[in-house]
Design a protein around this ligand. Structure first.
Ligand SMILES: Nc1ncnc2c1ncn2[C@@H]1O[C@H](COP(=O)(O)OP(=O)(O)OP(=O)(O)O)[C@@H](O)[C@H]1O
Length: 284
């Protein structure tokens, strides 16, 4: 099984510490979840070999060092947060150009692009100009270009930002499907992205990796610590630092909140655990 081992990565911009001694293992479909400014894009860009860390090392399958960037680049497909290329070109022209840049022989490129367009459900759009694609279609073309050359690692930064609900659902399904036979690393601040797409989760805040593990392991952290009750406006106000969600019920509110000593606890979700960790720091 493919595996990326990240060991003691640090990165500072001027005086801002963006990553502090990040150590973790990435395999399967891995969702990197964190609030704005957590350091997600910095870690993605380091993994995509676009920037270098100040300290630490990364290895792929225990053999290839990330310092061998030309070898690593051949193994990575990368979809940055803002992907929009060659607006005047057609889908086929754009993908063909990128395939040639990736070193795919011209004779093979067309057949590979046709297969990828099938995989991302965009058959029939070969002649559509890039500027006429919807946000969701553009993200799917982004995945197709990242998969040119069939890399064993796919890195996707903030995959569903700017997509409508339908497109989000379809895009998450696509990521699941392409993650069947490669590492897919997704960075996001949207809990549903990792919930529906990833088997493994990492939670990053202020440059510190607070958690890595499975979805069940994450939920276990808040087992017995999530409660629901009907409360008045005054009660809601008093507990506002611990609230996860509020639903209006006539004059009252159904409040879901974190309570270490809760009596009537409910089954925790990934969102509960994420809020617990990012509000409280390491291990709560
Ligand atoms: N080129 C840069 N120069 C200076 N500071 C930077 C630079 N890039 C990022 N930072 C800072 O480093 C920290 C981490 O940024 P990063 O973009 O990696 O976080 P993020 O989790 O991806 O956040 P977002 O979701 O908002 O993009 C932030 O405080 C950011 O302001």
């Amino acid at each position: 099984m493919n595996i990326i081992e990240i060991n003691g990565i640090q990165k500072t911009y001027k005086r801002k510490k963006a990553l502090r001694n990040v150590t973790c293992t990435i395999q399967g479909t891995f969702g990197l979840l964190g609030p704005n400014g957590a350091g997600k894009t910095t870690l993605m860009r380091i993994l995509a070999t676009l920037i270098k860390p100040d300290h630490g090392d990364i290895r792929f399958n225990d053999e290839v060092s990330w310092e061998n960037s030309s070898r690593i680049r051949q193994m990575i497909g990368y979809l940055p947060q803002h992907f929009s290329l060659y607006k005047q070109a057609t889908v086929m022209e754009c993908l063909f150009h990128l395939a040639v840049l990736k070193g795919i022989p011209k004779k093979q490129a067309r057949a590979e692009i046709e297969k990828l367009l099938h995989d991302v459900n965009l058959v029939g759009q070969e002649k559509t100009k890039m500027k006429h694609l919807s946000g969701g279609m553009l993200r799917r073309i982004g995945i197709a270009q990242a998969l040119l050359g069939d890399p064993p690692i796919l890195i996707v930064d903030e995959p569903t930002v700017g997509l409508d609900i339908d497109e989000r659902v379809r895009f998450r399904q696509l990521l699941r499907q392409v993650g069947k036979n490669r590492i897919v690393l997704i960075s996001t601040h949207i809990v549903e992205d990792v919930e529906e797409t990833c088997d493994h989760i990492g939670i990053l805040k202020d440059g510190v990796m607070l958690f890595t593990g499975s979805k069940d392991e994450l939920k276990d952290i808040v087992k017995g610590k999530v409660t629901e009750k009907v409360a008045s406006y005054e009660e809601v106000d008093a507990m506002r630092d611990r609230i996860i969600s509020i639903t209006e019920q006539g004059e009252y509110y159904l409040v879901r909140y974190l309570d270490e000593h809760g009596i009537h606890t409910v089954t925790p979700t990934i969102q509960d655990a994420y809020l617990f960790l990012t509000r409280n720091g390491e291990n709560g």
